[in-house]
Design a binder for this molecule. Structure first.
Ligand code: PLP
Length: 449
């Protein structure tokens, strides 16, 4: 095993530096794009048609030898860094032991260990159980199944600007029509979209926005029909929307008073991204169920629904599962991610990144009126771009900036219902020097507007 570990880190051999050596995309990426267009449907689009060959830490290298500073981390998946040695070693070892037996036929320890770690690190000091799945959407689907079975009710409430996935039920739960839903219906029924808290746009206090949400749920839906309310503590695709103070606790209290299962979709905000294991902690909420996926296994597909044992046990035996769910290689990687967060003190890195990035973004806001809002926590920060002096969304500026950044070796992701948000969710392994360099490119890009 030690041999594998050394080999992995030596062959990665990727310097943590930005280096652009061809046009973006380069000739090899162009050639691969030609092949791709012949065999991959246009529905699967890519933000940047640059083919990646290798990655390490906070740097990804394309097939033409260009090195990019990765501020997106595959949408917050590579939280502990690309090709992290501990994750590579754990997954490699498991590959040689067994890769599949199916937990619902014959169980194995890795699945149980991940469930123990999730019980330990999700909010709440009560007995918890976890079902493992393959993707975030599948975790959302299973949380709804469990909440329905537990409550005997069918209604599902979500918030405006939410993103919960691309399967039939989760499309219904997702807010934004283009590109996620348009033409893909009919959608699952009994899903209700309530107003969210979006301080930059609604200017409401937490108490007032909670009252608005609750009024909608009581008047338009009816509390006694609701199985669950699903919230993202910080909305991801919706544009890293941080709710006003007191908003989420008020929703949790209302759910508890009305027998509604309170579910936190922490698929993007969880797993050390915001300087704590789960962002719920920042808001003082203790969800009944917590969903995790993106960051938990260093890029291997695995997801979890973790929650109060009495709720999780509502399903009859055989009601939960899936062929690949809780795959042993992905489970081994997840255990290594948890161990790395502990042994390398990675919870502190979110705060470090925020300390460097947030004041710099606020300084850019002073310099460029197009930046309407700077928000977020830890390594989950964003700027919302507007027509100067208004709330009018400015997606064109985001397109110009992300394209400029890509040509200059920085991968930036957009977000937001209007596509007018740039989100920063780098790996926690990124150095201050790389962050500062990327900020320089962002400054140049803003200056071109
Ligand atoms: C990405 C995401 C999902 C869906 O996860 P998939 O693995 O893509 O199915 C659900 N909820 C949130 C908050 C997400 O960010």
């Amino acid at each position: 095993m030690t041999d594998t570990l050394v080999t992995a880190s030596e062959t990665s051999g990727i310097s943590q530096e930005r280096r652009i050596v061809t046009a973006i995309p380069g000739p090899k990426s162009h050639a691969l794009t030609e092949r791709r267009l012949a065999v991959v449907p246009v529905g699967v689009s890519s933000a940047l048609p640059v083919f990646i060959e290798r990655a390490h830490g906070a740097i990804v290298v394309d097939v033409d030898g260009n090195q990019f500073i990765d501020l997106g981390a595959g949408i917050g998946v590579m939280t502990i860094g690309h090709t992290d040695e501990a994750v590579v070693a754990a997954a490699t070892a498991q590959l040689g032991e067994f890769t599949h037996v199916m937990f619902t036929i014959t169980p194995y320890e890795g699945y149980v260990r991940v469930a123990e770690l999730l019980a330990q690190h999700t909010p709440g000091d009560f007995p918890k159980k976890t079902v493992l799945l393959n993707s975030g959407a599948e975790a959302v689907e299973n949380a709804v199944k469990i909440a329905r079975k537990y409550t005997g009710r069918t209604g599902v409430a979500v918030l405006d600007h939410a993103y919960h996935g691309r399967t039939n039920l989760t499309m219904a739960m997702t807010y934004k029509s283009m590109p996620y839903k348009l033409g893909f219906g009919p959608f699952a029924s009994d899903v209700h979209h309530a107003p969210n808290s979006y301080p930059f746009r609604d200017g409401l206090s937490g108490a007032d926005s909670a009252a608005r949400t609750i009024a909608y749920l009581e008047k338009a839906v009816g509390a006694s029909d609701l199985a669950c309310l699903v919230v993202e503590p910080i909305q991801g695709e919706g544009g890293f929307v941080v709710p006003a103070e007191g908003y989420l606790p008020a929703l949790q209290e209302w759910c508890a008073a009305n027998g509604v299962v309170f579910i936190a979709d922490e698929i993007q905000s969880g797993m050390a991204r915001t300087g704590v294991y789960f962002a719920s902690e920042h808001f003082g909420i203790v969800p009944d169920l917590v969903l995790s996926a993106k960051g938990i296994a260093g890029g291997l597909p695995i997801a979890g629904v973790t929650g109060r044992a009495e709720i999780m046990d509502a399903s009859h035996p055989g009601g939960l599962g899936g062929t690949f769910a809780g795959n042993p290689v992905a489970a081994a990687a997840a255990v290594a991610v948890f161990e790395s967060i502990e042994s390398r003190g990675l919870l502190a890195e979110g705060a470090r990144i925020e300390r460097l990035l947030k004041p710099a973004l606020l300084a850019l806001q002073q310099k460029y009126e197009v930046i309407g809002d700077v928000r977020g926590i830890g390594a989950m920060l964003a700027i919302e771009l507007v027509q100067p002096g208004t709330l009018e969304p400015n997606p064109a500026a985001v397109t110009v900036i992300t394209a400029y950044a890509a040509r200059h070796g920085v991968l930036l992701l957009n977000a937001g219902t209007w596509g007018n948000v740039i989100r920063f969710l780098p790996s926690l392994a990124i150095s201050d020097a790389l962050l500062t360099e990327a900020l320089g490119v962002l400054d140049e890009a803003l200056a071109t507007l």
